[in-house]
Design a protein around this ligand. Structure first.
Ligand SMILES: Cc1cc2nc3c(=O)[nH]c(=O)nc-3n(C[C@H](O)[C@H](O)[C@H](O)COP(=O)(O)O)c2cc1C
Length: 206
């Protein structure tokens, strides 16, 4: 099958891309509105992009009516957000926060999650998440315009808050203790419980 994205509907291209690019990590992003209402939503167009400075990106796409999502509205206003990592144990509450809540309503209280005060930015993290990245915006890059067009938010991580109970004896993050999930296509998700190692062979230089 060959697909020319320009000749297809945006929804078909979306469903093809999210089934092909897998598994995707999930940024569970907390922000705060100009009137102080906290907001929380998951984004799987997400990844780390750089270690010096520590930086990441995620991409809220416009709603089908072309309007920006609440997360983008808040970040445009004050330039701060927190990316919370999502382990399997809190997959369901993460999913619930993707619901269509009113702008004046906080997903924290609606879904029953605990806001954890941040140290360097205003938005709180999710207490139930073992890792919070406190971030300041570097740049917001629009990609396309109108419905489903993207706004790539590039953020500098100004503080990493990592729970001690997911560290191994060498003080490194233990993937088994972290137990993150990834997003596949549609309603499907994956776990990081099935891992393997690659070792250099004779034909591999590094
Ligand atoms: C696991 C998961 C990943 C998602 N990834 C994205 C994404 O990368 N970009 C996006 O615009 N919406 C994504 N969504 C949908 C948003 O979370 C949803 O539109 C949410 O209501 C946005 O909230 P907000 O208006 O408070 O920002 C995802 C939803 C789920 C459940």
């Amino acid at each position: 099958m060959l697909i020319d994205p320009a000749a297809e509907s945006a929804s078909f291209v979306y469903s093809t891309m999210i089934r092909a690019i897998t598994p995707r990590p999930i940024a569970w992003v907390s922000t705060v509105s100009p009137t102080g209402v906290t907001n929380l939503a998951p984004f799987s167009y997400f990844n780390g992009i750089c270690s010096s400075p520590a930086a990441l990106m995620f991409s809220p796409v416009n709603r089908p009516d072309g309007s920006p999502k609440d997360t983008l509205v808040n970040i445009r206003d004050n330039g701060e957000f927190v990316v919370n990592v999502v382990p399997f144990s809190i997959a369901q509450p993460m999913f619930e926060t993707a619901g269509d809540f009113q702008y004046e309503t906080s997903e924290f209280s609606e879904v029953g999650l605990t806001p954890a005060p941040s140290k360097k930015v205003q938005p709180p993290g999710v207490q139930e998440s073992p890792i919070q990245f406190e971030c300041e915006v570097i740049q917001i890059v629009p990609v396309g315009e109108g419905p489903l067009a993207a706004n790539v938010i590039i953020g500098k991580i100004v503080l990493m808050n990592i729970a001690d109970n997911i560290l191994d004896d060498d003080q490194k993050i233990d993937p088994a203790k972290l137990d993150t999930i990834g997003r596949m296509g549609g309603r499907s998700y994956s776990r990081t419980t099935d891992r393997f190692e690659l070792k250099p062979t004779g034909s591999t230089k590094k």
